[in-house]
Structures are given as C-alpha cells and as structure tokens.
Write a protein that binds this ligand. Structure first.
Ligand SMILES: Cc1cc2nc3c(=O)[nH]c(=O)nc-3n(C[C@H](O)[C@H](O)[C@H](O)COP(=O)(O)OP(=O)(O)OC[C@H]3O[C@@H](n4cnc5c(N)ncnc54)[C@H](O)[C@@H]3O)c2cc1C
Length: 391
C-alpha cells in the first residue's frame, strides 16, 4: 500500500449505512414502536385518538426533542435522527409518526432557525419536556396557494390581535404551542406574512372542529379559531413581514419528514405482505412460491429501497448544510407514491383479508394517501422540481 493511500480521506459512507449512534437510535425507536405502539394501533384508529400516556412516553423516549440543544433539555442530535424516528414509528403507526414529525421538523425547527435567544430559552425547554407543538399555515381558501392566507394580525398596544381561522392543523387537539402564520398587511402580499408563537391559553384562541379522516385517523387535524387573540410583540418569530421565509424554509425540511413517514408505511406494508404470503397456502403451496407474486414483491422492495435512498439523501444534504430543495421535493413525491403502490399491493396479496380491519394492511393503504396531499401536494412538488430543472 502506498503512503498516499494511507492518508487519503475515507470515501463517503453509503447512504443507507447508519453510524453506530444512528443505528442504536433507530433500533430503540423501532423496538419502542413494536412494544408500546403496536398494541394500541387498532384502538387509536377506531377512536381517532392518540392517548396522552403514549405522548408522554414519546417524550421520555427522547424522540420529541431530537434537535433541541442539550442545554435546553434536548438530545442535540441531527435532523437525520428525527427522520429515522419518524420512519421507525410510521412502520407501526403513521399517526404517531406524524405527531413526532410535526413537533420536530416544523415546530421545533422553526424555533431553532428563527427563534431569538429569549424565545429559545422560553420555549425549547417546554417543547422538550412535554409541551406539544403544531404548525398553522393552511386556511379554507389558502392551501397550495398558502400565501393567500387571510388571518389578520393588527398591532395593538405592545402586541398584536390575531383574527381568522386556520384549517387542517395537525396535533391541534393536543398541542400547547402553535406557530401561526398571519398577515400584518394584506396589501403587501406575501411580504405582509408574519410568524407568531401562540400558546393554547392565549385569550381569543380556540381549537375548533376535529376532522373525521380516511387515514392517519388517530392524528388530530383541527380548525383553529382566532378572535382578537392577544399575542405579545415578543412572540413574533423572525421579523415582521418575513413569515413567508419561515414557512418556506421549515416546510422544505418538513417534507423530508413526510418522505420518512411514507418510507415507514411502505416498509410496514411490505413486511406484512412478505410474512403473509409465506404463510398463506393456495393450490397446495405458499402464495409467495408463485413467481407472479415474487415479482410483485420484488418490485415493492425496489420501491421501498429507492424511496429510502431519496429520503436519506435529502436529510443528509440538509445536515451537511448543502442545498436540498429539489431532493426534498423528489423524496416526498416518490416516497408517497411508493407507499401507495406498496400498501395497495399488500392489500391485494392479503386477498379478502386485506380488505378488513383485523389485519394491518388496509390501514397502511388508508394512511399512505395523505402523503400526496399535505406539506405540498404532488402537483406542488412537481412544480418545484420542474422549476429547478428548467432553471
Ligand atoms: C390530514 C391533514 C393534515 C394537515 N396538516 C396541516 C398542518 O399541520 N398545518 C397546515 O398548515 N396545513 C396542514 N394541512 C393542509 C395541507 O397542507 C393542504 O391540504 C395542502 O397543502 C393542499 O391544500 P388544499 O387542501 O387547499 O388543496 P388545493 O390547494 O385546493 O388543491 C386541490 C388540487 O388542486 C391542485 N392544484 C392546486 N394548485 C395547483 C397548481 N398551481 N398547479 C397544479 N395543480 C394545482 C392540487 O395539487 C390538488 O390536487 C393538512 C391537511 C390534511 C388533509
């Protein structure tokens, strides 16, 4: 071996090879999901509710403060760890996956990126210790066109009065801290949009109707009502009029988390399909012995692997401080479509048993659909990718 080769830098690690701490973290979250979450999945789906006791256990597990610095009670770990946690939990239950995802990749992320030193000191220890976070951008008339929002913030004494309604807000039923986007100047278009930190107890704030959904039923999705809700000036997150930046930047990262949720769903559905087809006998042999079925399973395994590569690459680019806009859009787009394909195949391969609630695959199928809708629909991801590749 030449002396140069001894001093040459190591080649970059393969994308899916986890570092020791990453592997340990992933395995402990998956073990928790199988032990603590799996027995509750059916009940949570039926009752459309995640028990508070389980949320408390998630805080104790250390998945609710992944990137919060240790001085504020967090793990001080990388974004990639949050992605691993969301994937591992979603393999068992995608509602628990998205609860953890929104708290970390949208709410805490916004505080880490945009919070002042005072805001971080005040809120991060709470968000690490048991206060759940939510992120409120969408409104009835402002979905894909999010900056058409009309929730109004008017200056009042030493703060603001917020009036309006938000729709579709994940975690709203249980959350204590909300990042809320409102406009301080409707005539300024997106340059009027401002991010506010709103606590559940602020006067004039209420959580409204809870949606009854197709999938991720246990994850709460609610309307938020603001009637001259008093928010101190100190609770403006970032600068007034720069809320559009807060929204764009957090959502760019958040959608990598949704990609991870979709990888988890796809892997969970594939695991179920593999074990079922090896057990189920027709025509005197296991269904998995038929080449037609083997090829379908092989295609599904490729879908899961490709989705995971896209998600891990986007997350690792983000942690490396490299641009990741296109990769984040690609990973969410592909992983959500892969999750739908794989979970649909799993339903088919279970036959009639795939269509009933006694088996896990119909839920994976229902849960997969949301990946193509929230944090930017598939068309919005295509728009982002097209804009980047066309220059
Ligand atoms: C379960 C759930 C949880 C959610 N959680 C949150 C949350 O926590 N916080 C939050 O702020 N929001 C949340 N949302 C809202 C979500 O982000 C929006 O539903 C999503 O952005 C789509 O907006 P929309 O529903 O108004 O659909 P629309 O924007 O009305 O879209 C309807 C259709 O038109 C297509 N379309 C729209 N514009 C274009 C265009 N220019 N080109 C091509 N096609 C287009 C879309 O792709 C879509 O197929 C959640 C939604 C759901 C269902």
């Amino acid at each position: 071996m030449s002396p140069e080769s001894l001093t040459a830098p190591l080649p970059p690690a393969p994308l899916t090879r986890l570092a020791e701490d990453e592997q340990l973290f992933h395995d402990s979250v998956l073990e928790f999901a199988r032990r603590e979450v799996a027995p509750l999945v059916r009940e949570m789906d039926d009752h459309a509710k995640i028990p508070r006791a389980l949320i408390d256990k998630l805080f104790q597990l250390g998945v609710m403060a992944v990137e919060i610095p240790e001085e504020f009670g967090g793990a001080g770990a990388a974004f990639f760890h949050a992605v691993l946690a969301v994937e591992a939990l979603s393999r068992v239950d995608a509602s628990v996956g998205v609860l953890v995802d929104v708290h970390n990749t949208l709410c805490i992320n916004a505080f880490l990126r945009w919070g002042s030193a005072d805001q971080q000191r005040q809120y991060l220890p709470k968000l690490a210790a048991g206060a759940l976070g939510a992120y409120a951008l969408s409104e009835a008339g402002a979905g894909s066109d999010a900056f058409a929002l009309t929730t109004r913030a008017v200056r009042h004494h030493d703060g603001f009065l917020l009036t309006g309604r938000k729709l579709w807000i994940t975690n709203a039923n249980e959350a204590d801290v909300f990042i809320v986007l409102a406009t301080i100047d409707p005539s300024a278009g997106h340059r009027g949009i401002t991010a506010f930190i709103v606590e559940r107890t602020f006067p004039g704030f209420a959580v409204g109707k809870k949606e009854d959904k197709l999938g991720i039923r246990a994850s709460s999705t609610c309307e938020l009502l603001f009637e001259e809700c008093r928010v101190p000036a100190a609770n403006v997150l970032g600068e007034p009029g720069k809320g559009y930046k807060v929204a764009i930047e957090t959502l760019n990262e958040g959608r990598i988390g949704i990609g991870a949720q979709m990888v988890g769903i796809a892997q969970g559905a594939l695991d179920a399909a593999l074990s079922y087809t090896k057990e189920r006998k027709q025509f005197g042999k296991a269904v998995a012995d038929f080449q037609g079925v083997q090829f379908q399973l092989a295609r599904a395994a490729v879908d899961v692997a490709a989705a995971r590569l896209l998600v891990y690459n986007a997350a690792r680019l983000r942690d490396a401080g490299a641009p990741f806009l296109t990769e984040a859009a690609m990973c969410k787009l592909f992983a959500s479509e892969a999750a739908e394909r794989v979970s649909s195949l799993a339903v088919n391969l279970y036959g009639g048993y795939g269509f009933v609630k006694d088996y896990p695959v119909e839920k994976f199928y229902r849960d997969a659909k949301i990946g193509q809708i929230y944090e930017g629909t598939t068309n919005m991801q295509l728009q982002t990718i097209a804009k980047q590749i066309l220059g």
